[in-house]
Design a protein around this ligand. Structure first.
Ligand code: FAD
Length: 494
């Protein structure tokens, strides 16, 4: 059969564009021509520096060497996110990438932990999780056989440049130019070509819209529609700025809640990324800028960059012969660093359904069904952080605490509150452990636990829990400091 999709045009060269170009050129570069169009006149969004562990899978497909990548992107390791002031002011918890204790076939470790608590064994849940202990002590090492679950903090601009170099090495070509028009076939409505300001025309068989919030193809040309989720995720603005590092980088992201939003701190090897995410309904821009300035450490390295966004999703991420990736496909918000992951998931799903012999509606529908489910479950996980709070000290938090939430999330919270149970559904990004760590961190105490945890005698349970704590402690004691490991493993060139 003749390959009908012979040329894929990627519009936009931010993180999304270069991730697409890299994966397509690495895996299909011999049979499909890949052209990426981007404009030096239009900057990328310039944020997106915290990731989650599955990025490693993407890098494995590309054959990326972790040490080279980390040195190239000024990278540090991330064991999770510390949430400060989310449950209430002065309260803090860690959502780590680790798994606490040992699960059994019928229930997860938390049930044994709850049974221990009933007996008066009051060690924090984090004492059973190596990633939480290591994060708190500023330690890190890449261990064999996935002994430590981690992700990366990186410089977004350097990451795109790194992927560009790889993509061009694998045969993708970059075309400089500002897209001024998207031409549709008058009969099918498919995209045929892009006009550039220079007068050039870039034609293709399939188009990937990575033009960021502008969404020039998927929305500008195809009018796909947008589902607004701002009633659940009310933050709609951000301000971002980089600062000098004042000390050793910590191996986790910090998320610090304020009265009308929250602030991130992402430590890189030689600088810190900072930003405030807020709701313009509850905080004006001048006050937001002042709040950010008052809450950063170290001299600023650039001007504060304001960013406006709308939380929600494109009604279809694949429409006709166009796939939307990254910010062009929608945006939840950066709280759990899920955006880059969504790019990766969409790309892999697209590759699984690659329309070699022409775009078929059944492929498009399958893609959109799977994608929608995953995006909605991720959205619910983020809403959880806002909804389950004890804070009522500002209009913003009162709104979040009392807002109505999606039914699936309501069910997940009720089940955990009643019995400590959580089940991961197919295609869901966050697993049981993540849900549990955040639900407990935000203040939900399960009313009961699985009866299997009572099968052990009190002494047996005490010994079991003590042996787990001991083994975590021994493992973490052996780790070097995060800084020491960075210096040895992947010291940056910048
Ligand atoms: P952009 O970076 O905006 O790139 C758009 C590209 O399109 C640019 O190359 C531009 O030149 C090009 N373009 C646009 N118009 C034209 C035109 N007319 N002609 C030619 N080219 C054009 N994600 C995470 O995973 N982790 C995080 O910690 C995180 N933090 C975030 C914080 C904030 C405040 C925001 C807003 C987002 C965050 N994200 C995060 C999301 C992340 O930044 C994006 O998913 C990622 O950077 C991908 O962006 P993009 O490539 O879609 O868009």
């Amino acid at each position: 059969m003749q390959n009908k999709v012979k040329k894929v045009v990627v519009a936009g060269g931010g993180t999304a564009g270069w991730m697409a170009a890299a994966l397509l050129s690495k895996t299909m570069g011999r049979t499909v021509e890949i052209v990426l169009v981007e404009s030096d006149e239009i900057p990328t969004v310039g944020v997106g520096e915290a990731t989650i562990p599955p990025l490693m899978t993407f890098h494995n497909i590309l054959g990326i060497d972790e040490r080279e990548f980390m040195a190239e992107v000024n990278g540090t390791f991330k064991l999770g996110i510390s949430f400060q002031n989310w449950r209430q002011n002065e309260h803090e918890y860690l959502h780590s990438f680790g798994y606490a204790g040992k699960d059994c076939w019928a229930c997860s470790f938390i049930h044994f932990w709850l049974a221990g608590k009933k007996q008066g064994i009051n060690h924090p849940y984090g004492d059973y999780c190596a990633e939480i202990l290591a994060a708190r002590e500023g330690k890190f090492a890449v261990l064999p056989k996935g002994g430590m679950n981690y992700a990366y903090h990186m410089d977004a601009g350097k990451y795109a440049a790194y992927l560009r170099r790889l993509s061009e090495g694998w045969g993708a070509t970059r075309q400089e130019g500002k897209i001024t028009n998207v031409n549709l076939n008058p009969e099918t409505g498919d995209i045929e070509s892009l006009n550039l300001a220079s007068g050039e025309l870039v034609a293709g068989d399939f188009f990937i819209d990575c033009t960021g919030f502008r969404a020039l193809l998927i929305e500008g040309a195809l009018n796909t529609g947008f589902e607004d989720w701002s009633h659940w995720l009310p933050c709609d603005r951000a301000m971002a700025v980089q600062t000098e590092s004042l000390g050793e980088p910590i191996p986790y992201t910090r998320s610090i809640a304020h009265d009308a939003g929250w602030q991130w701190r992402i430590p890189l090897q030689t600088r810190v990324g900072n930003g405030l995410v807020y709701s313009s309904k509850y905080l004006d821009d001048d006050a937001a800028e002042q709040l950010l300035r008052n809450n950063i450490n170290g001299a600023t390295l650039n001007d504060i960059k304001p960013i406006r966004f709308r939380t929600g999703t494109r009604r279809k991420h694949w429409n006709k012969n166009c796939l939307a990736l990254g910010l062009a496909s929608g945006f939840l918000e950066p709280l759990e660093s899920t955006s880059i992951h969504m790019i990766q998931r969409s790309l892999i799903r697209f590759m699984q359904l690659f329309p070699s012999f022409g775009v078929q509606q059944s492929d498009i529908d399958e893609f959109n069904i799977q994608n929608k489910l995953e995006v909605e479950r991720t959205r619910d996980f983020i809403i959880l952080h806002y909804k389950v709070t004890e804070r009522e000290d500002s209009d913003f938090w009162r709104y979040c605490k009392h807002m109505e939430i999606p039914a699936a999330l309501e069910q997940k919270i009720s089940l955990f509150r009643d019995s400590g149970r959580v089940f991961k559904i197919e295609n869901e990004l966050f697993g049981e452990e993540s849900w549990m760590q955040v639900m407990m961190g935000q203040g939900i105490e399960p009313k009961s636990y699985h009866p299997i945890a009572d099968v052990m005698s009190d002494n047996e349970l005490e010994d079991f829990l003590a042996s787990l704590r001991k083994s975590m402690r021994t493992n973490v004691d052996k780790l070097p400091s995060h800084q020491k490991f960075l210096d040895f493993y992947c010291k940056t060139k910048s």
